[in-house]
Design a protein around this ligand. Structure first.
Ligand code: SAJ
Length: 424
């Protein structure tokens, strides 16, 4: 079997690698020549555990190649970005999906399978993708098989989850679903659930919406606790001892290309009805401002304050800054403070290393839960910072008694007196 994967990003490239490792001949296609060259050299352009080794192995074995344009194949998998449109509802922009579809249409032969893996809003397959094929004279279920099979893997665990997660396969017709499922049976160990395309689309969006709404609840709880003078982490820990409760973790907001975007895809299709979904988004989007306001309070009265920003990635141990709430916090603080930005996973211009970031600083602001930030060397912080204070918005920094370093988080923010910090 030969499979052509359109898009060599966080999902397309790992998918190429697991397919090739399962013995399939794979061509990965990307519009960026730099990415194509990197893959053909057996290297990778993203950070993901185990991916570098697997890509090198598959390229060396001749089972994986990259190119700028597609070639005839038995199956085509589309894994290109689906950003939000910049309209009022932040609806789903299908431009890249449509471009990829148009690129493969001249190559599609009878019996081929075409799969859209990119996350899309409910009804996009029926209303927007099928018509592009039909205009070219191709009828799904008759001339070829078309399905939506959303990716559901967690960055940082992609290779494992691609193989072992359950897979939703939403066909335009039942036979389309069956044919697409055959492609996944080459490497998926989890259950393959067959359904219709719009059910697959909405299921995927609702998985991320479920998580976003739950994080919003945790963020709202953190704000309530701040008002009432209660430690939110104690509340979460104790509530979660109930067998049917799982309150999520508050933080500086919700980032990444999924949770911060997919709920809008649902909202845009039913704006009058999707009120809880929209409200949750608003709460999560308010968190960078909440953090910036707290920083202003913590540093009030300090002359020419310097802040060490720890972490710009949207979550721990990834190099991905897409929709990262840290970027919004930085934008809000940049007006009033000198910022030293440090992220051991992100290759950002102007970023400082650990020593540069903390020297003479008044506050370490932890915005991302990278492992490196969990056990910080408090002696070094005490010696190099002007005021050894950490504001840990992720509640990951291991606290040490009598360390001389003051750790503030959403659990004790309410009890911190600014003048205590200034006196340090
Ligand atoms: N976050 C919190 N509090 C929490 C959990 C997460 O603030 O309690 C934040 C994270 O720091 C991050 C954001 O939420 O900024 C999203 O992180 P995540 O780990 O929840 O999810 P993603 O975006 O990396 O991946 C999600 C996954 N979806 C679910 O777990 C339901 C993944 O399975 C999907 O494949 C992916 O979205 C996607 O591509 O749709």
């Amino acid at each position: 079997m030969k499979i052509c994967v359109m898009g060599l990003g966080y999902i397309g490239l790992p998918t190429c690698a697991v397919l090739a490792a399962a013995g399939v001949e794979v061509l990965g296609v990307d519009v960026q020549p730099r990415i194509v060259d990197t893959i053909n050299k057996g290297k990778i352009h993203i950070e993901e555990p185990g991916l570098g080794e697997l890509v090198l192995e598959c390229v060396s074995a001749g089972r994986l190649r990259a190119a700028k344009s597609p070639e005839p194949a038995d199956a085509f998998i589309i894994a290109v970005p689906t950003p939000s449109r910049q309209d009022e509802l932040l609806s789903c922009d299908l431009t890249y999906v449509t471009e990829a579809v148009k690129a493969i249409i001249p190559l599609v032969q009878k019996g081929n399978v075409v799969i859209v893996e990119s996350t899309i809003a409910p009804c996009c397959m029926d209303d927007e993708v099928v018509p592009v094929f039909e205009e070219a004279g191709l009828t799904p279920g008759v001339d070829f098989y078309l399905a939506h099979c959303p990716e559901r893997v967690l960055p940082g665990r992609i290779l494992h989850e691609l193989r072992y997660n359950n897979r939703i396969v939403g066909g335009i017709t039942p036979l389309c679903a069956e044919k697409a499922a055959e492609v996944y049976r080459t490497f998926v160990e989890g259950e393959i659930v067959l359904t219709e395309a719009k059910t697959a689309e909405l299921s995927k969006c609702m998985e991320n919406t479920f998580r976003d709404v739950n994080i919003a609840l945790a963020n709202e709880l953190a704000k309530i606790c701040g008002e009432l003078g209660v430690n939110c982490y104690d509340v979460i820990r104790i509530s979660n001892k109930h067998p049917r409760v799982n309150i999520h973790q508050p933080g500086p907001g919700v980032g990444g290309h999924c949770l911060a975007i997919d709920p809008y895809f649902v909202y845009a299709k039913a704006p009058e009805t999707a009120r809880l979904i929209k409200h949750a988004r608003d709460i999560n989007r308010s968190m960078p401002r909440y953090v910036a306001d707290a920083v202003n309070v913590l540093l009030s009265g300090i002359k020419s304050p310097v802040i060490s920003i720890f972490g710009t990635a949207y979550k721990g141990n990834v190099d991905d800054v897409r929709e990262s709430p840290a970027l919004e916090v930085i934008r809000l603080l940049a007006y009033d403070f000198e910022l030293r930005i440090h992220d051991p996973h992100v290759n950002g211009t102007g970023y400082a290393n650990f020593d540069e970031a903390i020297s003479g600083s008044d506050l370490v602001l932890v915005l991302c839960d990278h492992d490196e930030f969990k056990s910080l060397d408090f002696d070094v912080l005490k010696n190099k910072m002007r005021r050894p204070v950490i504001f840990d918005t992720r509640n990951i920094v291991e606290e040490k008694t009598n360390s001389g370093v003051n750790v503030v988080n959403f659990g004790n923010l309410h009890s911190v007196k600014t003048h205590d910090l200034c006196a340090l």
